[in-house]
Design a protein around this ligand. Sequence first.
Ligand code: TRP
Length: 374
Amino acid sequence: MHHIPFYYTTMAKEKIILTGDRPTGRLHIGHYVGSLQCRVELQNAGGYDKLYVFIADAQALTDNMENPEKVRQNVIEVALDYLACGLDPTKSTLFIQSQIPELCELTFYYMDLVSVSRLQRNPTVKTEIQMRGFEGESIPVGFLTYPVSQAADITAFRANIVPVGEDQEPMIEQTREIVRRFNHIYGPTLVEPEILLPGNAACLRLPGTDGKAKMSKSLGNCIYLSDSADEVWQKIRGMYTDPGHLRVQDPGKVEGNTVFTYLDAFCRPEHFGRYLPEYPDLDELKAHYRRGGLGDVKVKKFLYAVMEETLAPIRERRTEFEQDIPGVYDILKAGCEQAREAAAATLDDVRRAMKINYFDDLELIEEQAKKFRK
Ligand code: TRP
């Protein structure tokens, strides 16, 4: 029989939420509707024991190893975006991944539990390898194994709820496999996480302003949380709609029309009363567009008003935090200290389960002393 560590029976019932982002650029509205909004709602609703949000700089370095300055500059950008969105350091622990050395140690042990072929089959890793043009033997070991380090990120804090975008599903699955294998071999020690995805299809994968499947910096189709009101309007103004909707009176398509997809993601019924009282709700607006007689500019102006309701307060808070960068670093430093403590406690349990806790195991020393004593 395995020894069941004390916390497993008590703490596994805790609700611990954890998630993070790679600091490779400022965060955009795709991040917001896909995950940030959900975190802030979870934070403000309460009912959880711990909420960790971290900046995955070490993971960002796995494919930006030659560009540490980019990662370094974006750590503060992401931190500002977090705070701007309403993540509150008195309620959430905000930290930087690389400052938690315990994560490296966990990663090292978990690597024994995963095969190279399993990592190569990870769908997210597979596409990323193609996208980055790493080939065969040139794939950096650290890149191939980042899902293992992600398992360390999650399990170090005993997180059982991980709110992330859909693209992260394979990472959570891989983590679950590592947890099950670890617990099977060494006894119940780690907590299996669940992914938490946005309920709304438009939020799940927000297209870029050009209508391409994904909003991403490399495609230049992002609306950033830190964009000015004017930049937001210019980007909305230039957005793709229905290419067949040439004159106002023409019938238009709503499906695949990015302006309507964004409305699906951002619009709430109360916005109509405020900005477009001649329609009761989004369904009626869509119906009119389909019939014809509704111009793109009118819909875009409405979308702008709706989005600004979310973006303006975020922008304002960001500007405030930008005035106190040392204060933001203090928040992150305090978060790192808290996070290290939690990770160190898990690492103790892991070492005990793996029987590499020699100096704490007085029984072992005594037993061996007896065995060898003449
Ligand atoms: N892979 C995530 C991303 O690319 C970042 C990340 C690293 C993460 N470790 C994590 C997310 C642990 C959730 C949990 O955005």
